[in-house]
Ligand binder design. Structure first.
Ligand SMILES: [Zn+2]
Length: 370
């Protein structure tokens, strides 16, 4: 039911209005920041329009259609997401068990923690073969439901060829098809795709909603929920992940780095970098970069707007940092930009070792001079 999604009233109301007025579009684009419930809403929408017991334009959650959609086993729900290039038959059957397991793990993770994503081992995209298989499948009427629902998450990851092929379906979908695209990168989509969809905007989730959700659904204690809700920056997925222990450790690691910087401890920074290069854990590195961006962002707010400080439990350290080396706003912004650029390089699978060394030592150099 839509009420399972606590934080997107506006988007959900506009969808319900469309259903109630009988004005369902055939193609939707759900866009907005990461981790705010776009995909979860897409599945609730799929349930609502296919549910035989639909009430107040919402799904019942109890019928076989709803249950199958919840379990990702409904034959008329076509869920497409970016993957590495897998070895599959024209029907989409896997030739390698190890690859099938990766896809199962992806779906398992969405089921258990809807806001988070399983990370594939290789670079991912939505490939033309996938779109072609989809086109063939929706030539046939739905077998159980009223509609074929096509959910394409991270639609911006369609390759150019895939997007062009998909345009055909989008131009003239069969009357029994509903297409829902989700994206965090609105502007990366082809304008021709955007213009053919009913656009539904999803907003960041407020800190209060995240805080309460962590307390109620994940039994996080109040003080910690408060810090996490601030650090997560409106991203529920991130907040949930952070409420698990490992993220607290990762943040501590980022704070260790800050400590080395504060102490002008070059050896510490060397060891810190070496550690990463040996372990090559991209995900942790990306999180550290996120935490560092927030840390330097907090330094900006220290003099201008303390209520926006995220690391509220680290006020003393922030103030100490500021005393040791008072950076100008421009210098801080340069450091944040540098870290953001490193994050992009990391996403592009550029030399890992180089990114680690470059980022950490460039931050050092910006602070202490070359
Ligand atoms: Zn139902």
């Amino acid at each position: 039911m839509f009420s399972n999604i606590k934080c997107q009233k506006k988007a959900i109301n506009s969808l319900k209005q469309l259903i109630s007025a009988g004005k369902e579009a055939q193609s939707y684009l759900f866009y907005g920041p990461k981790g705010v419930g776009k995909l979860a809403t897409a599945f609730e929408f799929a349930k609502a329009v296919n549910c035989p017991n639909q009430k107040n334009y919402d799904a019942c959650d109890n019928c076989s259609s709803c249950i199958k959609i919840d379990h990702f086993t409904h034959p008329d729900i076509n869920f497409i997401f970016p993957t590495p290039k897998f070895d599959v038959t024209t029907e989409g059957d896997f030739r390698k068990e190890s690859e099938q397991i990766q896809v199962q793990n992806f779906i398992k993770q969405i089921k258990s923690t809807p806001f988070s994503r399983y990370k594939f081992s290789k670079a991912t995209s939505i490939q033309i073969d996938t779109i072609r298989r989809l086109e063939r499948k929706i030539l046939f009427k739905p077998t159980e439901g009223k509609y074929h629902i096509i959910i394409i998450t991270e639609a911006d990851e369609m390759t150019r060829q895939a997007a062009n092929a998909f345009l055909k379906t989008l131009e003239e979908p069969p009357p029994y098809a509903i297409i829902i695209l989700t994206t965090t990168k609105f502007s990366s989509l082809l304008p021709t795709i955007i213009s053919r969809c009913q656009k539904v905007r999803f907003n960041s989730i407020t800190q209060d909603v995240i805080e309460n959700h962590l307390i109620e659904e994940f039994n996080v204690d109040k003080a910690q929920a408060r810090i996490i809700s601030r650090i997560s920056n409106g991203n529920m997925a991130k907040a949930i992940l952070m409420s698990k222990e490992q993220q607290i450790e990762t943040r501590d690691m980022a704070l260790d780095f800050v400590e080395f910087i504060m102490n002008n401890d070059l050896e510490g920074i060397h060891n810190f970098s070496d550690n990463f290069i040996q372990n090559r854990n991209e995900e942790v590195l990306r999180d550290i970069f996120d935490f560092l961006v927030l840390w330097f962002g907090d330094l900006l707010y220290l003099s201008s707007n303390q209520s926006r400080i995220v690391n509220i439990d680290q006020m003393e350290k922030l103030q100490n940092f500021n005393q040791i080396r008072q950076l100008s706003n421009k210098e801080i912004q340069e450091i944040i930009l540098l870290i953001e650029q490193s994050k992009n390089l990391l996403a592009g699978h550029i030399n890992f070792e180089l990114i680690v060394i470059d980022t950490f030592f460039q931050i050092y150099n910006k602070i202490y001079g070359d």
